[in-house]
Every structure is written in structure tokens, then in C-alpha cells.
Design a protein around this ligand. Structure first.
Ligand code: HEC
Length: 101
């Protein structure tokens, strides 16, 4: 009984924001290029999110990089135009911060 209760609670907690978490969004949309833990891919230049530079970005800069492609206006990152909501971008920024710790 006790175990079933906890399982339900964990399920409810995971179901925030359309059932998505920063982790699940990252896994489906970003891990391909940025690696499972943000370490990046050797074959993709500058794809690590764990560099000193990346850690120094402000949340606002991170948000911009993801939503609009940042200063470079990299179209690969204009997630705002690919159906990723502001709320989801926020979850992603939080998740990247966790990976960077
Ligand atoms: C097609 C491969 C690819 C995918 C998919 C991708 N990225 Fe990137 N990303 C890159 C590359 C390459 C760079 C570095 C070069 C640049 O800034 O354009 C980068 C840069 C970034 C940066 C800036 C890092 C810094 O040093 O400031 C952030 C933040 C970022 N990506 C987050 C994400 C998130 C979040 C997702 C998923 C929603 C994602 N990326 C999906 C390839 C990708």
C-alpha cells in the first residue's frame, strides 16, 4: 500500500507542465547534439554545455540562445519558432544549470 502511494505521488510530481520536465525535453530535443549530460559531441564543434564559458552565461543569455538562437541567430536554436513555449525554455535552462553543477 505504502509503495503504491509513493509511486502515485512521484507520478504526479513528474507530471508538471504538460507532463514534461526539463530532463525529458532535453533528452528528446537536445541530447542528440549536446550529449546525455551536456558534455557535447566531439564531432560537433562547441557543443559542450559544460565549458567555463557556458557556465558563465546568465539565465537570460541561455534563454535567448535556446529560444531565438542567441546573438548568432542560429536557426538550429530558434526553438521559439518550433513550438517550444517560454515555460519549456525555462525548464530547459534550469535543467542545463543542474547538469553544469
Ligand atoms: C543540431 C544540433 C543541436 C541541437 C539539436 C541543439 N543544439 Fe544547442 N548548440 C549546438 C551547437 C553546435 C552550439 C554551439 C554553437 C552555437 O552557439 O551556435 C549550441 C549552443 C547552445 C547553447 C549556447 C551555449 C553557450 O556556450 O552559450 C545553448 C544554451 C544550447 N545550445 C542549448 C540547447 C538546447 C536547450 C537544445 C534543445 C532544446 C539544443 N541546444 C539543441 C547544437 C545543437
Amino acid at each position: 500500500m505504502r509503495i503504491a502511494k509513493w509511486t502515485m505521488l512521484a507520478g504526479l510530481m513528474a507530471a508538471t507542465a504538460w507532463g514534461q520536465t526539463g530532463a525529458s525535453l532535453y533528452r528528446t530535443k537536445c541530447a542528440n547534439c549536446h550529449g546525455a549530460k551536456g558534455e557535447g559531441r566531439a564531432a560537433i564543434k562547441d557543443s559542450s554545455l559544460l565549458t567555463a564559458e557556458a557556465k558563465q552565461r546568465t539565465d537570460a543569455e541561455m534563454t535567448e540562445a535556446i529560444a531565438t538562437g542567441g546573438k548568432k541567430k542560429s536557426s538550429a536554436h530558434a526553438y521559439e519558432r518550433k513550438g517550444v513555449s517560454a515555460e519549456q525554455v525555462k525548464l530547459l535552462v534550469q535543467y542545463i544549470r543542474e547538469l553544469q553543477r
